[in-house]
Design a binder for this molecule. Structure first.
Ligand SMILES: Cc1cc2nc3c(=O)[nH]c(=O)nc-3n(C[C@H](O)[C@H](O)[C@H](O)COP(=O)(O)OP(=O)(O)OC[C@H]3O[C@@H](n4cnc5c(N)ncnc54)[C@H](O)[C@@H]3O)c2cc1C
Length: 282
């Protein structure tokens, strides 16, 4: 199918983009790599009279360390993250995650910001960014605000971002003396059926674990019982972590569909919780 007719605009600054967004009064979409936007427009699930191409806005394509945090600009692609010497040095687990997203064509065009804003429920970054307590920076008519990734999503294809707000960067705090992180997933048809992220931070000499599941409900889900077991022992017992994950999954409404049944995906979470935790103590 062909998309509805639209006008293509390339604002040269954040201010220009916000002005255009205001002029078009919600009859627009932002456009970064286009990997989701183009499919959506062709299928006419996204209809907009104006497309605001963000790619001409300077300085949104940078990855840098600033004030002890990793800053990833809104135009940085998954492949650029995977190849970044900075990310490989400070968060090699996140570089690995990026390297394993989709295929080289999607990774080379698709941005991390586009992934988060589209909020496709079968996605890799949200679980690990939530486990790392990352935040996103949004800018809109009302000004700038920071939103923790843990609070950014409110369901499949839905976030707390206002239509006319755009994401300028993703910020990952790196305050710990040592940070190990890992993400493990099972993929079906190019997208994850389930994924689990694990982080082990050393804070004032004390290990602090976080374990989060993704691609199961449309939100990153904290595995509270898994976190408790890991924090109590600072060791990974396969039996205990699987039991804890099963308790976390009990009663949770998990999406059903082409990516697997509810029971299958819950089982995957338990297995992946073990694998991602093991990776953090290797
Ligand atoms: C075949 C295929 C396989 C895939 N497999 C995986 C996978 O295994 N794991 C995974 O995690 N993901 C997967 N993806 C998703 C992929 O990561 C995203 O398509 C990509 O990151 C989206 O980024 P983009 O720059 O292309 O966004 P676009 O398509 O340009 O935009 C997507 C949406 O986000 C909005 N948007 C984009 N940037 C901004 C911004 N800065 N501020 C506000 N709104 C913005 C747009 O308006 C649009 O609604 C897959 C996609 C495809 C097509």
């Amino acid at each position: 199918m062909k998309p509805r007719r639209f006008e293509f605009h390339s604002p040269q600054s954040i201010e220009d983009a916000l002005k255009l967004a205001s002029d078009f009064d919600d009859d627009f979409i932002f456009y970064a790599g286009g990997t989701e936007a183009i499919i959506g427009m062709k299928e006419r699930v996204i209809e907009a009279g104006h497309v605001l191409n963000l790619k001409k806005i300077p300085r949104l394509n940078q990855i840098q360390m600033q004030d002890g945090s990793l800053h990833i600009g809104a135009l940085v692609t998954h492949q650029e993250i995977a190849d970044s010497e900075i990310v490989k040095r400070v968060l090699s687990g996140y570089a690995d995650l990026s390297h394993n997203i989709a295929n080289i064509r999607v990774r080379s065009a698709g941005t991390l910001a586009g992934n988060l804003c589209f909020a496709e429920p079968n996605a890799d970054p949200p679980a690990l960014l939530a486990a790392l307590n990352a935040r996103v920076v949004l800018i809109g008519r009302q000004g700038k605000r920071d939103v923790p990734v843990r609070e950014f999503f409110d369901g499949p294809y839905s976030t707390v971002r206002e239509e006319a707000e755009f994401m300028t960067e993703i910020v990952v705090p790196l305050g710990a003396e040592e940070c190990r992180c890992a993400y493990r997933k099972v993929v079906y048809l190019n997208r994850p059926s389930a994924g689990v992220a694990c982080v082990r931070n050393l804070v004032d000499g004390t290990p602090v674990w976080e374990s989060w599941a993704g691609s199961i409900t449309g939100l990153p889900e904290r595995l509270n019982n898994v976190c408790a077991v890991l924090n109590e022992r600072d060791a990974v017992s396969e039996f205990d972590v699987m039991q804890a994950a099963a308790r976390d999954m009990a009663g949770l409404d998990v999406l059903e569909g082409v990516y697997g049944s509810e029971s299958y995906r819950k089982h995957l979470v338990a297995v992946l919780a073990v694998r991602s935790a093991m990776e953090c103590v290797k």
